[in-house]
Design a protein around this ligand. Structure first.
Ligand SMILES: *[C@@H]1O[C@H](CO)[C@@H](O)[C@H](O)[C@H]1NC(C)=O
Ligand SMILES: *[C@@H]1O[C@H](CO)[C@@H](O)[C@H](O)[C@H]1NC(C)=O
Ligand SMILES: *[C@@H]1O[C@H](CO)[C@@H](O)[C@H](O)[C@H]1NC(C)=O
Ligand SMILES: *[C@@H]1O[C@H](CO)[C@@H](O)[C@H](O)[C@H]1NC(C)=O
Length: 365
């Protein structure tokens, strides 16, 4: 209808303005900015705006724009994948000095990503993983014109009388498309052999791959029972993505054991400490030490921990001592409302009361 065409057009313009503004702020990884938009609106825009839109998405590299033209219906899921990755990053780092905060809605992760630190490594891996996840599921749900249910071969160890062939998440397709799209930007970057830039490209490509493989490796067989009620005499099985939290947990462990790398004379990344085993394609790698996340610093992009909540009794990273970097903390009281005295009523609902409690909170100086 004319009305909705008008509003779509308006939204298209708004989005174009958003992206051209974003271009100024965003550096290496602007495709992440696709995760900052409402996916429902995104899909609407891609359906109408098709051709002109891909070139207006200033966040994308040349190769990514080409993929956008060819696979318009995929773009919404790139955005969803980025969003899932960002959210998981913020969950995994919620108790850390660097909390994966999106600095503002345009720069997504801000300048901190210009440093090849282990935090940057994690961010690349988890967002690449998010895209594999979103794409694989979109295929299974029939949302994309170029893929459908998984065609993975029947696992050899599946009991013979179980059926293979439910509609599974298409992780092969998700992996391949995510690789092409996410890595495109790195592959296009112009760099001199042996330069810092070339080391960053190798680092980013390695961590993107680690993220994608983590999704791939954690995917598993899921089955459903059939047969006379509860007998489970017949089973149908298919390939299924792991819960994304598991992917986040696995990548967090890899973050903790990430390998420090340097360029060798042949332009390859090698481990700084040669006594350790070389990192595999599933490990995270970094080339720079982390910046100081304690204090705000415009040049590194660190936000500092002033104003962060901390736990007075914890001795971990969320404890006030470590979180506030020894600067101390302020204490104040807040009112917390909780559901309490819940009662089950026949049938079937639960009724609760609201209890308020005054709790102490601690905030870094
Ligand atoms: C960023 O977010 C704020 C508040 O959510 C909003 O007012 C502002 O317009 C946004 N900026 C852009 C460029 O979208
Ligand atoms: C910000 O970080 C840079 C690079 O680490 C450092 O040289 C500078 O002293 C820092 N500035 C402040 C105000 O801490
Ligand atoms: C993350 O840290 C920043 C800077 O210290 C803070 O402004 C923001 O509220 C934090 N975000 C969350 C979710 O705790
Ligand atoms: C603070 O840390 C302690 C010890 O780790 C823990 O038992 C407690 O639940 C934490 N409190 C909050 C509010 O997270």
């Amino acid at each position: 209808t004319a009305g909705s065409a008008m509003s779509s057009k308006f939204f298209l313009m708004a989005l174009a303005i958003f992206f051209s503004f974003a271009q100024v702020v965003i550096e290496a990884n602007s495709w992440w900015s696709l995760g900052m938009n409402n996916p429902v609106q995104m899909s609407e825009v891609y359906i109408i705006g098709a051709q002109p839109l891909c070139s207006q998405l200033a966040g994308l590299s040349q190769g990514q724009k080409k993929l956008c033209h060819l696979y318009q219906d995929h773009m919404q899921y790139i955005g969803e994948g980025a969003k899932t990755g960002i959210k998981e990053c913020q969950y995994q780092f919620r108790h850390r000095r660097w909390n994966c905060s999106t600095v503002d809605n345009t720069s997504v992760f801000g300048r901190v990503m210009q440093i090849g630190s282990r935090e940057t490594a994690f961010t690349y891996a988890v967002s690449a993983a998010g895209v594999v996840n979103a794409m694989s599921r979109a295929c299974r749900e029939g949302e994309l014109s170029t893929c459908g249910c998984s065609r993975a071969a029947r696992p050899k160890d599946l009991p013979r009388d179980w059926l293979w062939g439910g509609c599974g998440d298409n992780i092969d397709y998700g992996y391949r498309f995510a690789k092409e799209f996410v890595d495109a930007r790195e592959r296009e970057r112009i760099h001199a052999k042996g330069s810092y830039e070339s080391a960053r490209i190798l680092m980013n490509l390695h961590n993107n791959e680690a993220g994608r493989r983590t999704v791939y490796n954690l995917a598993d067989v899921a089955c459903k029972c059939h047969g006379v009620s509860g007998s489970c005499s017949l089973k149908t099985c298919w390939l299924q993505l792991a819960d994304f939290r598991k992917v986040g947990d696995a990548l967090k462990e890899k973050y903790d054991s990430a390998a420090a790398m340097r360029l060798n004379s042949r332009g390859k990344l090698v481990q700084v400490n040669s006594r350790f085993n070389s990192p595999t394609t599933q490990d995270l790698v970094y080339i720079d030490p982390s910046p100081d996340y304690c204090v705000r610093n415009e040049s590194t992009g660190s936000l500092g921990t002033q104003g962060r909540l901390c736990n007075k009794t914890s001795e971990g990273m969320d404890g006030c001592e470590l979180m506030c970097c020894g600067r101390g903390y302020d204490q104040f009281k807040t009112v917390q409302t909780e559901r309490c005295h819940c009662k089950f009523h026949w049938c079937c609902y639960v009724k609760c009361k609201k209890c308020t409690e005054i709790v102490d909170q601690f905030v870094c100086k």
